[in-house]
Design a protein around this ligand. Structure first.
Ligand code: 2PG
Ligand code: MG
Length: 426
């Protein structure tokens, strides 16, 4: 007898991401009437070691079309997985990995592969008639679920903005909120206060936004950005609840010899001192990618110096890749990983990355991409693996609020606690 969990159709198409570039959407249906849809996001400050995003090249869509990846789903992957059981995520993902056959998904494209991997999980949850976070939690196998602290990227620099700030993301984390909804309120209030201050000081041109919805004011120096954010937090009266976080994305201003930041050329020792000074001056709880993507050793030095109090997160360094995370664990290069599904290409491998981090007492922050979509998958993922931290951009713009609004709904329908207490308030 044919089972209700049998996959009956797999269909991909090309849709647009938040930057207006093509990306892959996949839909999976099951015999029991289940339906899953997933859309793959796309990074800009991508790590060198990320899985390959397959693009068509040529003139159409400025070379960014994904028709080959779509064709790979419809013609190569679909025939192999139609008829299989959607509940067996690992078997499906290993089929995808084998079909691709390369270490970095270069043949079929990580965008093709991931769209199927995620749509399958959504279809399985739908067939079971259970929320996605429950289904993912069962697959991942963690005893509890929590609502993550949102890290709102309210001021943008680096490759995500047209200003001179070297650092890519300036985030606020309402760790002292009692609930997720309160955290969202604090984040939105500070975001709007920041807007007011930027207009007062620099005029209306200062509140154009970057790729992730944070403001991109014409500032040049790191401290100018941190000061204006502190002012916004102060005016809203949230000094005791909100802490700061930065994604330096240091590979983007590493010249091969030195770092170009704040009008200076810094070698890694000087940059390290720059960070320890910042940590003393500002309430920073997390620094992502403080050094370039091959520099495991400088990462380790910073982690040794400040890692007891500050989370040091590897994004471009680890690219959600268990093999690179293992290297980082041996070298003590960080104490957290950024989890981005499309850096590795399947849900199963992303779970392996997260488990590896947990098994070594590291933290995990679930993350969006700068080119993202209305798909809220990562909200459920952050709850399901109970990592307690998510970054999904500013509390504004649809592709970002899709994640935060999904978390509001999960909060309303569950008793899960807010993960703010995982951070020590100093
Ligand atoms: C990052 C991300 C997401 P991108 O560096 O962490 O904020 O940016 O998607 O451009 O790599
Ligand atoms: Mg990053």
């Amino acid at each position: 007898m044919l089972d209700r969990y049998e996959i009956t159709s797999v269909k991909a198409r090309q849709v647009l991401d938040s930057r207006g570039n093509p990306t892959v959407e996949c839909e999976i249906r099951t015999r029991g009437g289940g339906f899953g849809r997933a859309i793959v996001p796309s990074g800009k400050s991508t790590g060198k070691h990320e899985a390959v995003e397959l693009r068509d090249g040529g003139l159409d869509w400025n070379g960014k079309g994904v028709s080959k990846a779509v064709k790979n789903v419809n013609d190569v992957i679909a025939p192999k997985i139609v008829g299989t059981d959607c509940r067996n995520q690992e078997a499906l993902d290993y089929t995808l990995i084998a079909l691709d056959g390369t270490p970095n998904k270069a043949k079929l494209g990580a965008n093709a592969v991931l769209s199927v991997s995620l749509a399958n999980a959504v279809a399985a949850a739908s067939t079971k008639d259970t929320p996605l976070y429950y289904h993912l939690n069962a697959l991942f196998g963690k005893p509890e679920m929590t609502l993550p602290v949102p890290f709102f990227n309210i001021l943008n620099g680096g490759e995500h903005a047209g200003n001179k700030l070297a650092i890519q993301e300036f985030m606020i984390a309402p760790i002292g909120a009692k609930t997720f909804s309160e955290a969202l309120k604090m984040g939105a209030e500070v975001y709007h206060e920041l807007r007011n201050i930027l207009i007062e000081r620099y005029g209306r041109g200062a509140v154009n936004v970057g790729d992730e919805g944070g403001f991109a004011p014409p500032l040049k120096k790191t401290r100018d950005a941190l000061d204006v954010i502190m002012e916004a937090i102060h005016r809203q009266g949230y000094e005791s609840e909100i802490r700061l976080s930065i994604d330096v994305a240091a590979s983007t201003f590493w010249t091969g010899k030195y770092y170009k930041i704040d009008g200076k050329r810094m070698k890694s020792e000087r940059l390290l001192k720059f960070y320890t000074d910042l940590i003393e001056e500002y309430p920073i709880i997390n620094i992502e990618d403080p050094f370039h993507e091959e520099d495991f050793d400088s990462f380790a030095m910073l982690t040794e110096r400040v890692g007891k109090d500050v989370q040091i997160t590897g994004d471009d360094l680890f690219v959600t890749n268990p093999r690179r995370i293992e290297q980082g664990i041996v070298k003590k290069s960080a104490n957290a990983i950024l989890l981005k599904l499309n850096q590795i290409g399947t849900l199963t491998e992303a779970f392996q990355a997260a488990r590896l981090a947990y098994d070594n007492d590291w933290y995990v922050m679930v993350s969006h991409r700068s080119g993202d979509t209305e798909d809220p998958f990562i909200a459920d993922l952050a709850v399901a693996i109970s990592c307690g931290e998510i970054k999904a951009g500013a509390p504004a713009r649809g592709e970002r609020t899709a994640k935060y609004n999904r978390l509001l709904r999960i909060e309303e329908e569950t008793e899960f606690s807010y993960a703010g207490k995982r951070w020590v308030l100093k």
